[in-house]
Design a binder for this molecule. Structure first.
Ligand code: FAD
Ligand code: AMP
Length: 478
């Protein structure tokens, strides 16, 4: 086998594998290198997303939500279930099966599309050469016309809370508990902390989330964030803001977590502690000093809008570059780079990246928040619609939350859509489509939505921007 390729991709997460597959589909001779070892001790593809991120967390979120429904909600709709109990090892094993199916699927896609897969560590050398060290220590050097760096990210650890196997864990460890902890601490009320805290809270743990910031979900629309906090607190997740963790000691009585809040220095004892304080780019062993590339002071690789680095023919995509650390953002960047290498000119629209937090209800948004528009001095109109007034949400007994649409006061162009509610992740996709086509709130209001659907709440919120919502008492008729 020749070691010369048109394209070598380092990293087979959603950014790297999408890039590799698209390159191969476009007729480029493509290799992809990944060093991950799965739970079974074998090389695995799919990166964080498939192995330790999006997919396993959603498998546990969906399973734990079914448990809550069975335990607390089915009786309300006339279904008596008797005693409901949780089998944690079975839940984890099923999660592992989902992961294995999908990671195996990437291997199949590589084979089917003709991507040459290398299991090992890739390092960018000079002149677009890439060294591969396999898991037995064997080394070879690949030569490429183009190199795509997609090494992803890993959890940040903080000195006050060093990891202790099975007790003080990061997000990966939090997907592997073999029983429900009695008391669970979570450091960080970001997306990952809230999702993993929700899983174990639903299964019966007493969950306390300690967050240094005073604001809850500062990146979300603050009205939505306030309502979400109220709902999550009502579910039993104790979210303490303005609480900075300063230490965590594993003792026989449990993990003694020290923190500072407005009342001074305090402690909390928990059985397990999840450290969910963010992620950092994973560039260990990635760059040879001769590669011509260095990371910035936060560990990211600098790229332009087309994900090109300062080295001609070398690109970087996914969590290792600026922008939100989200799988779909990385995938679109990977596809963009592949198509640019093949001579096309696609772009990623960074203004319409959807964000989702998979709590229940889900929190999802795209575009600007109300507080961003205000601070930018943009005049806007807002329309909102509560799920409590949605026929479908009422029929489904799932009525918490609302949809909020923000549109430019002059042009009516949609600037942001914020959803707290059932299926928010699906509803926000419609908002992304509308914004991609530069729709106005009126455009969305003129479109016919099937009845009864949760999506009608988006329709009504869009109509509400000009005071035309049908199922609301509007004073502002035009
Ligand atoms: P990664 O998925 O991290 O993949 C990079 C791969 O490259 C890894 O396999 C790594 O081992 C490999 N690699 C690194 N360096 C080298 C090297 N030198 N040689 C060879 N291989 C190398 N995002 C969402 O959009 N939705 C979600 O619901 C969501 N949920 C999440 C839940 C959790 C618990 C976590 C931790 C993350 C979640 N994310 C979610 C974030 C998402 O997983 C990441 O944004 C995404 O995986 C980034 O993709 P990537 O391809 O850039 O990197
Ligand atoms: P994210 O980066 O969205 O995953 O969120 C991580 C969260 O952890 C941020 O909101 C941080 O403010 C929070 N955080 C970081 N360090 C600490 C700490 N020592 N104590 C409490 N919260 C922290």
């Amino acid at each position: 086998m020749s070691n010369n390729f048109d394209v070598v991709v380092i990293g087979a997460g959603p950014a790297g594998y999408a890039a590799a597959i698209r390159c191969a589909q476009l007729g480029l001779n493509t290799a992809c290198i990944d060093k991950s070892i799965g739970k079974d001790g074998q090389p695995t593809l799919g990166g964080t997303c498939l192995n330790w991120g999006c997919i396993p967390s959603k498998a546990l979120l969906d399973a734990s939500h079914k448990y809550v429904e069975a335990k607390n909600e089915l009786a309300e709709v006339g279904i008596n279930t008797g005693d409901v109990s949780v089998d944690v090892p079975k839940m984890i094993a099923r999660k592992d099966e989902v992961v294995a199916g999908l990671t195996g699927g990437i291997a199949g896609l590589f084979t089917g599309n003709g991507v040459t897969s290398f299991a090992g560590t890739g390092k960018l050398l000079s002149n677009k050469q890439v060294e591969v060290v396999d898991h037995d220590g064997g080394t070879q050097v690949l030569a490429a016309e183009h190199v795509i760096l997609a090494p992803g990210s890993v959890p940040v650890d903080i000195p006050p809370a060093p990891l202790t196997e099975g007790v003080v864990v990061d997000s990966t460890g939090a997907l592997e508990f073999d029983s429900v902890p009695g008391r669970l601490g979570v450091i960080g009320a970001g997306v990952i902390g809230l999702e993993l805290g929700s899983v174990w809270n639903r299964l019966g743990a007493e969950v306390t989330v300690l967050e240094a910031l005073e604001d809850f979900l500062p990146m979300a629309d603050q009205r939505i964030a306030r309502d979400a906090k109220k709902i999550l607190s009502g579910q039993g997740v104790d979210i303490r803001l303005g609480t900075r963790v300063t230490g965590a000691e594993v003792t026989d009585a449990g993990v003694v977590v020290s923190f500072d809040d407005k009342d001074g220095s305090q402690t909390l004892i928990v059985d397990k502690l999840i450290v969910a304080v963010g992620r950092r780019p994973y560039t260990d062993e990635l760059l040879d000093p001769d590669s011509g590339l260095v990371v910035d002071d936060r560990g990211f690789l600098a790229v332009d809008d087309t994900c090109a680095t300062e080295q001609a023919g070398v690109y970087a995509v996914g969590d290792v570059v600026r922008g939100p650390m989200l799988a779909h953002k990385g995938t679109e960047e990977g596809v963009m780079v592949a198509e640019r290498i093949a001579g096309f000119k696609p772009q990623v629209n960074y203004e319409t990246i959807p964000s989702v937090i998979y709590t229940h209800p889900e929190i999802a948004w795209v575009g600007k928040t109300e507080q961003e528009l205000k601070s930018e001095g943009v005049e806007f109109n807002a329309g909102s619609f509560p799920f409590a007034a949605s026929g479908r949400a009422l029929a489904a007994n799932d009525t918490q939350g609302m949809v909020k649409v923000l549109a430019d006061a002059e042009t009516d162009r949609i600037l942001g859509v914020h959803v707290l509610g059932p299926q928010a992740s699906e509803i926000v996709a419609q908002a992304v489509i509308a914004m991609e086509f530069d729709a106005s709130a009126e455009d969305l209001g003129l479109i016919m939505f099937a009845h009864p659907t949760l999506s009608e709440a988006l329709h009504e919120a869009a109509l509400g921007v000009s005071g035309h919502a049908i199922h609301m008492m509007n004073r502002k008729r035009k």
